[in-house]
Each structure stands twice: as C-alpha cells, then as structure tokens.
Design a binder for this molecule. Structure first.
Ligand code: F6P
Length: 323
C-alpha cells in the first residue's frame, strides 16, 4: 500500500487535528503518501483533496475543529454517492482510507468497506456513543468545557438564589449530561435513557429550596423528552410554589470547540497512529478504539451495530449524590 487518504466527517470536536497529524506522520514514517480529504465524504465524492506532508500537519495540536473541514454528507447515504466516492479514490490511486468520526461517519466507512475498499475507522464524537471504545476523541475536552460552564453558572445561580437548567449536547445520548452532572455536583440529571416526569423535576427544585440550598442545578441532555423548553415553561409556571426563580442556559456548540485537553491530544495521537499502522499492515473494515487503556480493534459492523448505552450504575450513583 503506497498511498492512503484521511478524512474527518460528521459533527466536529476537539482532537480531530491531532488525529489527522498522527495518521499522517505514522503513515509517512511507514513509507506511505497521505492525502487529506476536505469536508468529509463530500470532498471524497467531489475529489477535493490535498497532499499532507509532515510539515503540513505541524502546529495544529492545540487547535480545535478540523483543518480539513467536515460535513454531514447526505449524498453519501445513497449507493450512488458511495460509488462516486469509490471512483474518486480509484482515480486518485488511493489504496486505503482512514475515517475519523462518530456513528454516522463510521457507518459510511462500513459502506465503503462493503464495496471492497480498505478502510479503518477512528471514533471521534463528543457524544461518546460509539461501541468498541471506552471513550471517543473529543469527549474529555467537551466534559471539561461543560464543567467550566456549570461552575460559572453556579456562581450566578447562588448569588440570585435561582434554579438553572443547563442543556448539554447529546441528541440520542445522555453521556455528557450524566458525567458532567456527576462531576459538576448537579442537583439533578435528565437523560433520554431514563424517563423522568416533569412533576418529579419540580419536586426536586422545591425540595432543594426547602432544604435551604442557594441554588438548584439541573443538567438536561438535548435528547431528553419532552425537552428543555417544555420543562422551563412548566417550572416557570410553578415558580411561586417552588421557591426558586428558573433560568435556562443552552450550552450548544460551545461544547464542540476549543483546544483539545491533554487526554484528547494523547488519545487522538494513539488512535490516529494505530489507524495508519493497521491500515498499512492490511487491516480492513475495523475501528481502532481505546478499551481498558489499550488500543483495540473492533469490526466496523460491531462498532455501528447499535448505539453504546450509558452506564446506568453511574445514573444510580448520581441519584445518591444529588440528594
Ligand atoms: O453528534 C454530535 C452532536 O454534537 C450531537 O450531540 C448534537 O445533537 C449534534 O451533533 C448537533 O449537530 P449539528 O452541529 O449538525 O447541529
């Protein structure tokens, strides 16, 4: 194998640049050429690539986002789009591809593998919902960003004696909300995986007030139903009896940006280097992951078969800590 390509796809997150750097430098070290694909599968379909040298990936360790760009490419969901991408890869004489991204991107990687193209995946999503890895690239930094926000909001919440709903990302996964709630000392955590009626949330707010707390912090995952907006309206309609005034902060894309933490830089370097090494040694249709502090390989079929679930033991621990 003489030439490989690398792309980042789906929602970005901190650590993508160190990962591209690691793929590039390991591949060059092993004697291969590297092409960087711009804007994920969109760039693959349209043939937008740039040659990557050791120097072209210098100075990017501390930069958030992805210098190659990324996309959620609808066209690649179709067989037609996938075949166009395969054609580009063949026209460019590429022998193998590293795909860095979350569940959707790794499903795209699997599609190319099924068309017979050599692919290795790397899990990168702040949602941490990919099977076959204890932690994905970007999660640690996003958690630290959320914790910083919780600490700041607690300051103002206490000064004003308020209850705050803080919405984290996680369309389908409560991981960020659960872990940040535990580590941030929240009074309550709401995640899509566990049904919690709004009345129960109101009770928790009222109870925190009665006990003389100066604030009540509730972390809500984006995917929790019936949703943060419905909850804030409901709590506001009961403010008089609950005691606390209620406010909402939606953290949004702040969680996806920023300089990667030390952990994410190291994880991205290990997984990126392992992906290049595995691809060049003949691995096919696998994802490199980090399990029990070791680099592991999982077939892409398994990695994307279902969404990794949050650890409900941690949910129970959070419930005990909240009281
Ligand atoms: O999948 C990662 C993620 O950040 C989710 O937590 C969030 O729901 C989604 O991406 C937002 O995607 P977009 O940036 O396309 O709006």
């Amino acid at each position: 194998m003489k030439r490989i390509a690398v792309l980042t796809s789906g929602g970005d997150g901190p650590g993508l640049n160190p990962c591209i750097r690691a793929v590039t430098r390991m591949a060059i070290h092993l004697g291969a050429e590297v092409l960087g694909v711009e804007r994920g599968f969109t760039g693959l379909i349209n043939g937008n690539v740039q040659p990557l040298e050791r120097r072209s990936v210098g100075g990017i360790m501390g930069r958030g986002g992805t210098f190659l760009g990324t996309d959620r490419c609808r066209e690649f969901y179709t067989v037609k789009g996938q075949r166009k991408a395969l054609r580009t890869l063949n026209q460019l004489d590429v022998d193998g591809l590293v795909v860095i991204g979350g569940n959707g991107s790794l499903t795209g990687a699997l599609a190319l593998h099924r068309l017979g193209f050599p692919v290795v995946g790397v899990p990168a999503t702040i949602d941490n919902d990919v099977n076959g890895t204890d932690i994905a690239i970007g999660v640690d930094t996003a958690l630290n960003t959320i914790l910083d926000a919780i600490d700041r909001i607690k300051d103002t919440a206490s000064s004003h004696q308020r209850a705050f709903l803080i919405e984290t990302m996680g369309r389908n996964s409560g991981y960020l909300a659960l872990i940040s709630g535990l580590a941030g000392g929240a009074e309550m955590v709401l995640i899509p995986e566990v049904e919690t009626p709004m009345e129960e949330v109101a009770e928790a707010v009222g109870y925190a007030y009665e006990r003389g707390k100066s604030h009540c912090i509730i972390i809500v995952a984006e995917g929790w139903k019936p949703g943060t907006r419905a909850l804030v309206d409901y709590l506001k309609s009961r403010e008089d009896e609950l005691g606390f005034e209620v406010r909402l902060t939606v953290l949004g894309h702040i969680q996806r940006g920023g300089a990667p933490s030390a952990f994410d830089r190291l994880l991205a370097t290990r997984l990126g280097a392992a992906a290049a090494r595995e691809l060049l040694s003949g691995a096919r249709g696998v994802m490199v992951g980090w399990v029990n502090s070791q680099v592991t390989l999982t077939p892409l079929e398994e990695a994307v078969a279902f969404q990794k679930q949050v650890d409900l033991a941690l949910w129970e621990l959070a419930e005990i800590m909240e009281r």
